[in-house]
Design a protein around this ligand. Structure first.
Ligand SMILES: [Fe+2]
Length: 191
């Protein structure tokens, strides 16, 4: 007989606090994440030439070269977003990207030059980077939408698609040739 009416009023008060304005905490979080990926992309423009130098596979070298060009465009896109948000373009150190790049350099040191095994390692490192970026841009697109900036979300979504395409290309290079060639190498082939 006694009906519980408290649930609906609790829901109503929770909903009323979910409105967004320019000074919301979520808005600040969005800007913070933007600064993080801005640092990450800039850091990557220094790392990609090293990845490129470390491979003797022409297709993989071309993929790194192409992505370097894309990364430079992505940086310009982020600067456009900062401008649209009416804040200066500022980078904030991204520990995640720094760690991933370090790990990549370590993989280069640990694999013999000129082997497909090194190429396979480079692909693993590059895909870890891409997955980090896919997560970052995926979150940024959603946050932009939530704070009512679909104009900004559309720009970030372009980069998100590029990162996904790069990830896909790396998978194809790995499974169509590099991993297979690496599978035929053994430790005696070294040096
Ligand atoms: Fe990127």
């Amino acid at each position: 007989m006694a009906k519980n009416t408290r649930t609906s009023s609790t829901k109503r008060s929770a909903a009323s606090t979910a409105t967004q304005d320019d000074h919301s905490l979520l808005h600040d979080l969005f800007l913070d994440e933007l600064r993080d990926i801005y640092w990450a992309e800039k850091h990557l423009t220094k790392a990609l030439p090293k990845f490129r130098k470390a491979t003797t596979n022409e297709e993989l070298a071309a993929a790194f070269e192409t992505h370097l060009g894309e990364t430079e465009e992505q940086i310009a896109r982020l600067e456009e977003v900062f401008e649209m948000m009416e804040v200066p373009a500022r980078a904030k150190k991204c520990e995640g990207m720094e760690g991933l790049v370090k790990e990549g350099q370590q993989m280069i040191e640990e694999t013999p030059k000129g082997t497909s095994t090194r190429d396979a390692a480079l692909i693993i490192s590059a895909q870890k980077v891409e997955h980090y970026e896919i997560s970052a841009y995926g979150s940024l697109v959603q946050l932009a939408k939530t704070i009512g900036r679909t104009d900004v979300a559309d720009i970030l979504a372009e980069t998100l698609e590029e990162e996904k395409a790069t990830d896909q290309l790396l998978t194809e290079l790995a499974i169509s040739s590099i991993n297979i060639e690496a599978g035929n190498e053994d430790e005696e082939d070294e040096e």
